[in-house]
Write a protein that binds this ligand. Sequence first.
Ligand code: 2ND
Ligand code: ZN
Length: 362
Amino acid sequence: MSTPVNLNTIRQAPKVLLHDHLDGGLRPQTVIDLARAAGYSELPHDDAAELERWFEAAADSGSLERYLETFAHTVAVMQTEEALARVAAECVEDLAADGVVYAEVRYAPELFQERGLTLDQVVQAVQDGFREGERRVAAAGGRVRIGTLLCAMRQNARSLEIAELAVRYRDADVVGFDIAGPEAGFPPTRNLDAFEYLRQQNAHFTIHAGEAFGLPSIWEAIQHCGAERLGHGVRIVDDIKVDEDGKAHLGRLASYVRDRRIPLEMCPSSNLQTGAATSMAEHPIGLLTKLRFRVTVNTDNRLMSHCTMSSEFAALHETFGYGWEDFQWFTVNAMKSAFIGFDERLELINDVIKPGYAALLA
Ligand SMILES: O=c1[nH]cnc2c1ncn2[C@H]1C[C@H](O)[C@@H](CO)O1
Ligand SMILES: [Zn+2]
């Protein structure tokens, strides 16, 4: 008889996370500590539990723009090398404690220059923090590997510079690039020079698309920019019609995304808060999973969405009845879609993920 599925047992299952923002995953107490150290007095609460509730409620606004406003506080307290390294190390510990065995964690270096840090100092501080976190996890007998994605913010015009930064650190575990920030009004094609540069460098990138804007954003991200994965991508369902008898008809773009196995970095809880989906039951992940798109499950922002990889899986179990086989499928999908090398992905699938789920299914 297989292990019953609940939050505790899900924590023990090996999980892979491709879409997690460093500045969206701070521990509430760390936000408070760092604010104190920096003399930042704008926090809405100085009690960790209240602050945690505040982030979740403020992010639960129904709009991506309002959701993004909450990052003003986390970004404000991450302006020194010490703060960046601490947040990065704690991020690794928290993911490992939740049973994540591989994660790609992203952030926008350009946001951490308010106190004079150079882009290189920002990246080096975060990489130091990630390596420190991995060492602490290994010393405690755990296993986790972190790759970094550098984001450029859509509303700024620094994407080529950030793409060059990502390539400069590609041998120091920066595994790819992304664009983030408000989607409506900032089409991905504004950053074509960055994407062209990355392709010429044989570098990897994903693009936030199809979250707060629809099919044109997804189409541009894939066909003009050359994105290998889609951040969210939920609006791809606008190109799918389902008959009354349940038969699905895919348009050209949806067919392309499915047939080319383009990974969808889906983040259910975040989508409920930004209004990209109306409820868990109606979240497009149900249909897209049924149609065997390459779906992956992610947290987006663990602080703002008050979630973990395990709580996302648990919510999907409650809503759609998914069990270990489905979780293994999401996890293998994610591992196959990661930006690290093929050998390493295969090793994680064969040595960690499959044995982990086999034990839970036995
Ligand atoms: O879901 C999101 N969509 C677009 N941008 C986002 C999302 N979550 C976080 N961000 C932004 C806010 C962060 O400051 C930035 C880099 O992590 O990315
Ligand atoms: Zn995101």
